[in-house]
Ligand binder design. Sequence first.
Ligand SMILES: [Zn+2]
Length: 265
Amino acid sequence: MVVPGISCGKCQFCREGYENLCVNRKIIGFDYDGAFAEYVRIPEEAVSFGNVKKVSSSLELTSACLVEPFTAVYNGQNLLNIGPGDVVGIIGAGPIGIMHLLQARARGAALTGLIEISSQRLAEAKRFNPDFLIDSSNEDPLPRVQEMTAGLGFDVVIVACAVAAAQRQALELARPGGRVSFFAGLPHDKPDALLNTNYIHYKQLAVFGANGSGPNQYGKVLRFLESGRVNLRPVVTAEIPLEEAIRGFEMVMKGEGLKVVVHPN
Ligand SMILES: [Zn+2]
C-alpha cells in the first residue's frame, strides 16, 4: 500500500515526530493524481521516504483499504491516551465513529458506545455491538450518560461528525478532568461553533484536535491489523468496480451503508 501523505522528514514537525503536521506535506490525490485508476504513479519522494508499505497476506485487501482512516483514528486516540478502564463516548456513528469504537475497545476501554441522530446509522452501528447506543433524535444523552457513569460523565468524548452542536455537547458530556477530541473538522465555509467554554475551564478538560496521520504511524497500525485483533471488514458495506465509482460516491453522500471500496479491475 501507499501512504497518501508525503512528509519532508526535515522540518521541525517531522523531526519532532509529528509528520502529519509537516509544513511541506504533499498528498497523493490532491497534489498528485489519485488512485481511481488501474495504475497509479508513485512520486519518487514517496518511495524514498518509505511511504510504500508491505501488507502481509494475513490482512485481506478490502480491510487494508481502511488503513488510512484507521491510522488517523490511531493518531487521535494516542493524543487522548485511551486505556484500560476508560468510558468512551463517541458522537457520530458513521464509518469513522465505528472505527473509533473498534480501536477504543482494543485499547482496553471499559465501556465504549455511540451517540447518533440518524436511524439508518443507528441500525448499522448495532452490528458492532457497542456497549451503549443512544438515539439523540428522541433522547437527551446527558441523563443517560450520568446514569451510566455515577453522575460523572464520560472519561473520553470523541466527536466523529462535522457538527458544531456535537462539539458543544461533547464538552457537556465529559467528566471533570476528562479528555475530548474534536476529531472531525467543521465545514470550511461554516467553521464557527458556539461552545460553553466554562465546561473546559471548570471541569479542567483537555480538548484535542486531530489531523490525519503521519507515515511513521502506519507501520504499527498495519502490524496491529495483521494480528487480526480488530476486523475492519464489516465496516465495508459495498464493493464496486472502477466503472461504477460515481455510484459509490452517491452511496456515500446519501449515507447508505458505511465504507465503499472501489476495485481497479
Ligand atoms: Zn516536514
